[in-house]
Design a protein around this ligand. Structure first.
Ligand SMILES: NC(=O)C1=CN([C@@H]2O[C@H](COP(=O)(O)OP(=O)(O)OC[C@H]3O[C@@H](n4cnc5c(N)ncnc54)[C@H](O)[C@@H]3O)[C@@H](O)[C@H]2O)[C@@H](O)CC1
Ligand SMILES: Nc1ncnc2c1ncn2[C@@H]1O[C@H](COP(=O)(O)OP(=O)(O)O)[C@@H](O)[C@H]1O
Ligand SMILES: [K+]
Length: 555
């Protein structure tokens, strides 16, 4: 964000003060949309630019007829924020940012948290900490404030790189500041989407403050994005022509592609789903059905001979072929038409461990999930390659990368805090595979390319609105979707990202009451309703409101 802002200001077409004015105006506008009748507002202003936005908001609300109280600090080191403070002083006074002054403002309809934004570098302490804890609610006032709190950029204390509160144990805490509305600028930040972010930010509105040209490089002199930005967001602009057209411009058309006149089923890929012993076949069958639904031309399920009988029922479209052991699998994988392999769901750890070398030696794109991940944790990452996708949930991730998981549990003492994004990127670099860490805030990272300083592309997929997706077998369906997309020829990180997106859409479309068996069917409806062309990437010059917020390939 700072890199974009700097590029915009360097271009000479916009000043820091302009951006602050736009940001403050956007927040005030959102407040007036939500509370159309002018009432009483208390604006809490911190020492930095977040506080500067607060002074702008106070001015806008006052001019719109609101009674406005401002609580602020003595020190405002930044020139822009100091100027906004000076302008506010021409309108009204600034009271101390203290708990006692907050108590005196209890008659307010709206409280604006403009204390800290993206500049938070260390845990909040002292009086401000007491104030934020009070509003967060460990002493019983949380519900009162939550319904009338508006956060500028983020609830103060939340680290925008990680979604963790600095100085606080990871996970929910009774003191966490939760707000009704968060207005953030230009783009959602990782902290809005990860860990505590979605719960604490309430409704998230992304306000366009005119920085788009510098995010995409249009506004810079050489047409390039700021260097820092391309390191942080390597694939931020998906329309820059560097990615294969199949996977970007016409993703939806590709997903719903009909067989061409000369085409036949092998053109749509052949996926192999390996199954386990008698009585364990459900998970693999779920995966196989999903691979068919996402459009693989052929799907073969491969249990050991003794379990074949279990797979004789529907779906009839599924092919069955016994695979007894690693040798049989290696023989089968001589068939070059087999485009991808799914290994793990319901396979049994021993069988998954036996079959794993044959899958890896074949070099074939593969998804390794469930029992295959447990087997992998025991044998190490040797043999993994760039066409592998690992799909661990948190427990499996901790088994595979215990040190990274531990690091994710430590209390963050400084910002930017180590995040799920950092952890999954590190996991991808270490394993050499694309890693997809499942959860309400799924993170996907692909291993870095060979160039020095290159960082692996990463994607955050936020799905906090569909808790019913956490149901037995949902992960098996995801394995099948990704295997199907790999068989159809998508590169691993795209298959993982698009797979997660379609999986979530299927769950969202079905709604509560979903079981994993419903997902493949619902997937068909999602595919049918896909708009034929991707929606335009350019943001409208208006406020862009998104809830549920799904960020697609922003990181
Ligand atoms: N990035 C953008 O495009 C724009 C950003 N704006 C605002 O600018 C904000 C970022 O501004 P800043 O970088 O000044 O950062 P902040 O305003 O978030 O806070 C930084 C200030 O707080 C101090 N600080 C950090 N952690 C502290 C702690 N634990 N205890 C006490 N003091 C602490 C820092 O020393 C610094 O003075 C954004 O969140 C947003 O609200 C807008 O004004 C305009 C556009
Ligand atoms: N709270 C949640 N909200 C939305 N999706 C979730 C949530 N928790 C888990 N999921 C998703 O549900 C699926 C569960 O997969 P997994 O844990 O492998 O379950 P299983 O092994 O039973 O198939 C994953 O896609 C995961 O991202
Ligand atoms: K804030």
């Amino acid at each position: 964000m700072r890199a974009i802002e700097a590029a915009a200001i360097d271009s000479g077409t916009v000043s820091g003060l302009d951006l602050m004015e736009r940001a403050g105006a956007a927040v005030a506008g959102q407040i007036r949309l939500r509370w159309p009748r002018a009432g009483t507002a208390t604006v809490l202003c911190g020492p930095g630019n977040n506080g500067g936005d607060g002074f702008v908001i106070a001015g806008h609300l006052a001019r719109a007829g609101w009674r406005v109280r401002v609580l602020g600090m003595d020190s405002t080191p930044g020139a822009d924020a100091a100027e906004m403070k000076r302008r506010w002083r021409e309108i009204g006074p600034i009271l101390p940012l203290s708990l006692s002054d907050l108590h005196r403002a209890r008659d307010s309809d709206v409280f604006v948290d403009a204390i800290f934004g993206t500049g938070l570098t260390r845990p909040v302490q002292g009086e401000i900490d007491a104030l934020l804890r009070h509003m967060g609610g460990s002493d019983g006032d949380g519900a009162f404030y939550r319904s009338r709190l508006v956060a500028v950029d983020c609830p103060s204390g939340l680290c925008m790189d990680s979604g963790a509160f600095l100085g606080r144990p990871r996970g929910p805490h009774p003191d966490d500041l939760r707000v009704a509305l968060t207005v953030a600028f230009d783009s959602p930040k990782p902290g809005h989407l990860l860990e505590r972010g979605p719960d604490c930010c309430g409704r998230l509105v992304i306000a366009d403050i005119g920085l788009h040209p510098w995010r995409t490089g249009i506004g810079t002199k050489d047409g390039r994005r700021p260097a820092d930005l391309s390191a942080i967001w390597p694939e931020f602009d998906i329309e820059d022509g560097r990615r294969p057209p199949d996977a970007t411009r016409d993703r939806n058309a590709w997903l719903t592609k009909r067989h061409s006149v000369e085409g036949h089923k092998f053109h749509h890929g052949h996926a192999l789903i390996l199954a386990g012993g008698l009585g364990q076949g459900g998970a693999a069958r779920l995966a196989a059905r999903a691979a068919l639904r996402i459009g693989a031309g052929l799907v073969t399920i491969c249990p050991p001979k003794s379990a074949l009988i279990e797979h004789l029922g529907p779906p009839d479209a599924l092919m069955r072929r016994p695979v007894e052991d690693a040798n049989a699998l290696a023989d089968l994988l001589q068939d070059r038409r087999i485009g991808a392999v799914g290994l793990g769901p319901g396979c049994g750890v021993d069988r998954a461990g036996d079959l794993l070398p044959a899958v890896l030696d074949s070099g074939r794109p593969c998804v390794l999930d469930a029992d295959a991940l447990t087997a992998l944790a025991a044998r190490g990452f040797k043999g993994l390659h760039g066409n592998c996708v690992l799909t661990p949930h948190a427990g499996e991730f901790a088994r595979l990368f215990p040190d990274l998981a531990r690091q994710l549990e430590t209390v963050p003492q400084s910002g930017p805090a180590w995040s799920r994004l950092d952890a999954v990127r590190a996991a991808a670099a270490r394993s050499g595979a694309t890693v997809l860490l499942k959860g309400a805030d799924t993170v996907i990272a692909r291993p870095p390319r060979d160039e020095p300083d290159a960082q692996g592309q990463a994607v955050i997929h936020s799905a906090t609105d569909i808790p019913w997706l956490a149901t037995a077998g949902a992960g098996d369906v995801l394995t099948g979707i990704i295997a199907g997309l790999l068989a159809r020829g998508l590169p691993p990180c795209d298959a993982a990202s698009i797979g997660v997106l379609m999986h979530a859409r299927a769950a969202r479309r079905f709604g509560p009451g979903l079981t994993a068996d419903d997902l493949p069917q619902s997937l068909a409806a999602v595919l049918r309703d896909l708009p034929r062309r991707d929606s335009p990437r350019t943001r409208p010059a208006a406020l862009l409101e998104a809830r549920p917020l799904r960020v697609w390939r922003n990181w």
